[in-house]
Design a protein around this ligand. Sequence first.
Ligand code: FAD
Ligand code: UDP
Length: 388
Amino acid sequence: MSYDFIIVGAGIGGITIAEQLANILNKKVLIIEKRNHIGGNCYDYYNEDGILVHKYGPHIFHTNNRRVYNYLSLYTSWIIYNHKVLGKIENTLAPIPFNLISIDKCMPQDADKIKKALLDEYAVNDSIKILDMKKSSRREIKQLADYVYENVFLHYTEKFWNLKPEELDPSVTGRVPVNVSYDCRYFQDMYQGIPSEGYTVMFNNMISNHNINILLEKDYKDILTVDYENKRVLFYDEEFDGEIIFTGMIDEFFDYKYGHLPYRSLIFVDETIDETKFQENSTINYPNDYHFTRITEYKYLTRQVHDKTTIQFEYPIKYDPNADEGNIPYYPIPQAKNEELYEKYKAYSEEFENVTFLGRLAEYQYMNMDKVVEKALDLVDKFIDKSK
Ligand code: FAD
Ligand code: UDP
C-alpha cells in the first residue's frame, strides 16, 4: 500500500493528525509506533483486577479552547471531573494550589493578617506565581511566599527535577500558582473532564477510518532512513514523496547531531488494595516526605465502582535511554540552555521540507494535551489549505 502521510508516534498528537487527514482529506496514513499500544502517554487500560488506570500517570483533560473540546467530543462523551489535589504539609492535608483555605489550615496563627494583606495587594481570584510572590516587599505576603516556597515547592521540585525552582523556567512552577480564592480546583479551565470510556477507547474511535494503518512495536528507524545529505526521508529504502509528521524526540531524529536534549523520567508503581477506598482525595502530593511525589487513586477520576482500588505512586528519576528504568522521556526540562539547544535542532529541521515536527517531544515543550491537539488541528488546516 502506498501512503500519502507517515506519522511517527501514536500519541494524542499523531492520532489527531491521522484522524483529520483520513476523514477530511481522504489521505492514506501510516502510523509507526514503537510501543505495543496507541495513545502515547495518555494510554489507559483495565489492569488485572479490572480497574481502569492511566499507565503513564493521571491525565485530566482541561482546556479553554472550545475548538479542541468540541473536536474531541466527536469521539467521546465526558465524565465532568474537576481535579483537586491535596498536599501533605506538616501534619495537615491542604489544597494545592495553595489558596485561602490552605492558609487557614497551614498558618492558623497568622491567617487573618495574611489573607487581609493578600486581598489588599491582589484581586479576588488572582493567581500568582510563587517566584513572583517571593519578590513582594510586604511582610505578610513575603511570609506566605516563603512558607509556600519552603513547604510546597522547594523539596517537591528538587525531588521531581533535581533542580531548585529558580533554576527552571518560571512557567514550570507557574503551572501551580497561589490562588487568592476558595476555589480548590487544580485547574480553572472552562472545560474539564475524563473521556467516559477512557482515553484508549476515544483514540480507537478516532482511528477507525480504513485509510489509517498502524504499525505497533516498530521503531521508525527500522522503516525510515533519514538522508541528511539530500534532506529527505527514505521509506523502506525508497524515496518517499509524501509528508512525514514526526512526534518523537527531535534530537533522536537528527541522530543527536548537536548533542542530547535532556529529559526527566518517572517510574510508576501501581498497587491494588482489597478495600474500596485508600485515600480521601484523587491525588495527594507529598512535597516534603518520601521519594515519590504523589499518589493518585484512579477510581476518583474514572468514577468506577469496584470492590478494590488501585493507587499509583510516581517516583522521579533521571532519564537514561539505555537503562531498564527511567528510559521514557516524559518531561522536557524547561531551562534557557536546553531551549537554545532545541532551537538549533529546530533551525536544522526547517531544511527538511516534507518533515513536520509536532508534540511534546518533537517541539521539546512542556505541553498539555489540549495544546498538542490545538497544534495538530492547526497543522491539518495548513494541509487543507494546500490541497485547495
Ligand atoms: P506522546 O504521548 O509522548 O506520544 C509520542 C509517541 O511517539 C509515543 O507513543 C512514543 O512511543 C512514540 N515514539 C517516540 N519515539 C518513537 C520511535 N523512535 N519510533 C516509533 N514511535 C516513537 N496533559 C494534560 O493535558 N493533562 C494532564 O493531566 C496531564 N498529565 C500528565 C501526567 C504525566 C505524568 C505526564 C508525563 C504527562 C501529562 N500530561 C498531561 C501531558 C500529556 O501526556 C501530553 O501533552 C501528551 O501526551 C503529548 O502528546 P504527544 O502526542 O505529543 O506525545
Ligand atoms: N510543584 C511543586 N509542588 C507541588 C506541585 C507542583 O513544587 O505540590 C511544582 C513542581 O516543580 C512541578 C511543577 O510545579 O514540576 C508543575 O506541577 P504540575 O502538577 O503541573 O506537574 P505535572 O502534572 O505536569 O507533573
